[in-house]
Design a protein around this ligand. Structure first.
Ligand code: NAD
Ligand code: DAU
Length: 336
């Protein structure tokens, strides 16, 4: 089997490539990545000399390179995207270009080359926001209500993927997943930002009142869910993937990280809120459990501790990121 993984140098994509090559060593994996600020080939050192692994440096918006990479491919797993909500607020254009237009370029090539499966990796953010006191959850029938340029661009890409199935018969599947955490997560996102700031003796910036809730999922659980959808999922269908619903607000996550690193709460700093900040995400993953037998295996507290340890042990990995171009972004976003 030959897989084309887009965005395989990013956080979830690189975890997925490592997971796939360990669990399906007979398969060929092509990692197609533009290497934006979020792409990092260091994540893939373990497989870079594996004869079944190939890296293609390319942009999913570039139809020529995409068409060439698609030759002989059986399965596409599409992760490549602009992914940070805050960046989509200050600069939405690249989100529309990569997430919508880039997905359309990939879909055209996948249809032309008659791939056996196009799997699109999407997000629970397309469903909008729940109220804190709301006990309902997002499910496969929830209406789309994206509220940030990032979420709107992912919603657009989901619609395109389904349209290519209906119109051209492209065999697609989609997963909409909640917030992932784990190794190789870029330190612009809450959990790695908080851990690395504390390790650098800086404060954890918490937006607004800190009472915003995410449905955290360990990244390997997400990779396993995609694997199951590829092998047992129904073509044309969507599966929601979520965490163990610890439902701890951001302020509690920050406190847990501080405790694990032996620091007190004076290291928390409340800062200006994110415009249009979604209050709560909560995912009902009963469909993928009932139909495919998936459920999260990794508890939040246990894997938060392991993730904290990973960042402690891999200072060089994030140190290079935080001292490079990301420094200028951080100063602009958080005011120095
Ligand atoms: P990331 O930002 O860490 O990585 C994105 C990767 O895509 C990078 O390697 C980057 O170089 C590559 N890329 C960006 N633009 C590209 C282009 N034009 N052509 C080729 N490659 C390009 O992202 P992530 O957090 O790993 O997210 C991966 C996917 O999963 C995204 O589609 C995202 O929407 C989705 N998702 C993420 C989460 C999460 O919690 N991080 C949750 C649900 C869904
Ligand atoms: O729900 C899935 C989504 O999760 C993915 O689709 C996105 O690609 C991914 O970035 C993530 O989006 P969020 O906006 O939920 O993640 P982020 O880590 O940016 O923020 C998590 C929460 O923490 C959110 O309520 C905002 C808050 N936050 C974030 C940052 C960066 C802070 O309080 N302070 C911060 O400095």
């Amino acid at each position: 089997m030959k897989l084309l993984v887009t965005g395989g140098a990013g956080f979830i994509g690189s975890n997925f490539v490592l997971y796939w090559m360990k669990n399906h060593p007979e398969d060929q994996v092509i990692n197609f990545d533009k290497l934006t600020y979020a792409g990092n080939l260091e994540n893939l050192k373990e497989v870079e000399n594996n004869p079944n692994y190939t890296f293609v440096h390319g942009d999913i918006c570039d139809s020529g390179t995409v068409d060439k990479a698609m030759e002989g491919v059986d399965i596409v797993v599409h992760f490549a995207a602009e992914t940070h909500v805050d960046r989509s607020i200050t600069g939405p254009a690249v989100f529309i270009n990569t997430n919508v237009m880039g997905t359309q370029v990939l879909l055209d090539a996948a249809a032309k080359h008659k791939v056996k499966r196009f799997h699109h990796v999407s997000t629970d953010e397309v469903f909008g926001s729940l109220e804190l006191e709301d006990s309902s959850k997002f499910n496969e029938r929830t209406s789309y209500n994206p509220r940030s340029p990032y979420a709107a661009s992912k919603a657009g890409s989901d619609h395109l993927v389904r349209a290519y199935h209906v119109t051209y018969g492209l065999p697609i599947t989609i997963t909409n997943c909640s917030n992932n955490f784990g190794p190789y997560m870029f330190p612009e996102k809450l959990i790695p930002l908080a851990i690395t700031n504390v390790l650098e003796d800086k404060k954890i910036p918490i937006y607004g009142d800190g009472l915003y809730v995410r449905d955290w999922l360990y990244v390997e659980d997400h990779c396993r869910a995609i694997d199951l959808v590829l092998s047992k999922g129904k073509v044309g269908e969507t599966y929601l993937v979520g965490g163990m619903t610890a439902l701890a607000p951001n302020i509690e996550i920050a406190k847990k990280i501080l405790k694990l690193l032996g620091k007190d709460e004076s290291s928390i700093e409340f800062v200006k809120d994110r415009p249009g900040h979604d209050r709560k995400y909560d995912v009902d993953w009963s469909r993928i459990k009932n139909e495919l037998g998936w459920e999260p295996l990794y508890s939040f507290d246990e894997w938060l501790e392991k993730t904290v340890n990973w960042y402690k042990e891999n200072r060089a990995w994030w140190g290079r990121i935080k001292s490079g171009a990301y420094k200028a972004y951080y100063e602009k976003q958080y005011g120095g």
